[in-house]
Write a new protein. Structure first.
Length: 402
């Protein structure tokens, strides 16, 4: 005899600004059969009177998860905005549940509604949830002709967004302010960022951005301009950085340890390679560590984790990295510690500029193999009334797979 399927105790219901009118018959039935309905006050208000006990989801959001789990075994409906799995609460909650414990009924997301109002193809837009994230998250997407749909925390954040774009030279961008999409309070108003002057923007709000202006768009390839990174001279320069990233070969979802991070440029470019990538920057100098954090935020990859300390003493205890870059602090002790600790398959890249560091890399190359590359660059510089080549310090790069 086949096992009787377990019934989900939790139903996650995506709710639009039109409240009950937007729910499917199945979602309405689940709502009416629930013993407890839990959600933010705004969502509960959209539903009006309920048969079930209404419970307000607390702030901060994480406090509500334990409250929800305490209801396990009862029939519970959880309210979320639109599509609960697109910058929504659903993905945060189900990590605590088994697959049979829950089911979901999504509504059109704010991104879908915004694109429908503006006539934009969703797949061609950068869709960003900036409720609690810095506006600089959109920095990699700011290039003339690109389109961004961003969810913001409140009306005041729209003015902050307009000022941010103006400061970067994208004041000519068109902002379409989209309020309470899908409900009776819906309103859409469009302005240039540099002319934005609204003081009555209502929550919930999203903004469609048609990017325009003379601001500097970030290149999409490694070796981005040095001027993008605040530095005190301790930085892997753009050309060498491009070669370094090529050797590190970032792949989607991978973790990098950037040891002797300096300005954080290598770790930041690793993160820019794919939104799922992760990086830990390790820097002994506190001022440089602070600067690396600032560079990461300014370039839209605030997920860079920065550890202030000297490797190998402060290497993370987290899951091992997929790749390691040594840009500073190279020593025999560091290489010994890494080689003993890193799992097979880890990619290791080290750059050396001094004769002593070169000798160390040559010795390790002879011991475990890998590739040695000598990078010699020269720049055109004035020479009297003409120009000649001014050589940079050569770099020796060792790359190896553990």
């Amino acid at each position: 005899m086949a096992d009787t399927p377990l019934r989900a105790w939790l139903t996650i219901i995506g709710l639009g600004e039109n409240g009950r009118d937007g729910l499917s018959p199945v979602a309405l039935a689940e709502l009416d059969e629930a013993e407890v309905v839990i959600g933010p006050p705004r969502h509960l208000a959209l539903l009006g009177s309920l048969k079930a006990t209404a419970v307000e989801w607390p702030v901060p959001f994480a406090d509500g998860v334990a409250q929800l789990l305490a209801l396990r075994g009862r029939r519970v409906a959880m309210l979320a905005s639109g599509d609960p799995f697109w910058f929504g609460a659903g993905s945060s909650v189900i990590t605590h549940l088994a697959p049979h414990e829950w089911l979901a009924h999504p509504q059109p997301s704010t991104f879908s509604l915004a694109a429908a109002r503006l006539g934009w193809a969703v797949q061609d837009c950068a869709c960003l949830g900036l409720h609690a994230a810095p506006l600089a998250r959109m920095r990699p997407h700011l290039a003339p002709g690109q389109r961004v749909i961003a969810l913001l925390r409140d009306g005041a954040a729209v003015a902050d967004l307009a000022a941010y774009l103006v400061a970067l030279g994208f004041g000519a961008s068109t902002l379409c302010v989209l309020e309470a999409l899908g409900g009776p309070r819906e309103r859409v108003r469009c302005f240039e960022a540099q002319a934005f002057a609204l003081g009555d923007v209502a929550h919930p709000v999203a903004v469609g951005i048609a990017v325009a202006g003379q601001g500097l768009a970030l290149p999409v390839t490694p070796g981005r301009p040095d001027a993008l990174f605040a530095a005190d001279g301790q930085i892997t320069k753009a050309t060498v950085r491009a070669l370094t990233l090529a050797a590190l070969a970032p792949r989607a979802g991978e973790l990098l340890w950037d040891i002797g991070a300096g300005s954080g440029s290598v770790g930041i470019e690793w993160l820019l390679a794919h939104p799922a990538n992760r990086a830990v920057a390790i820097e002994a100098d506190p001022q440089r560590a602070t600067r690396a954090r600032g560079n990461a935020v300014a370039l839209g990859v605030d997920r860079l984790r920065v550890i202030t300390g000297r490797a190998p003493a402060c290497l993370p205890d987290d899951p091992p990295p997929d790749a390691v870059f040594i840009g500073g602090g190279l020593s025999a002790a560091l290489l010994d510690a890494l080689w003993a600790r890193l799992p097979a398959g880890t990619r290791l890249v080290a750059n050396a500029v001094t004769l002593e560091s070169e000798a160390l890399l040559a010795a390790w190359h002879g011991r475990v193999g890998g590739s040695l590359l000598r990078i010699e660059l020269a720049d055109a510089a004035p020479l009297g009334t003409r120009h000649g080549w001014k050589a940079r310090y050569p770099i020796v790069q060792w790359s190896v797979v553990r």
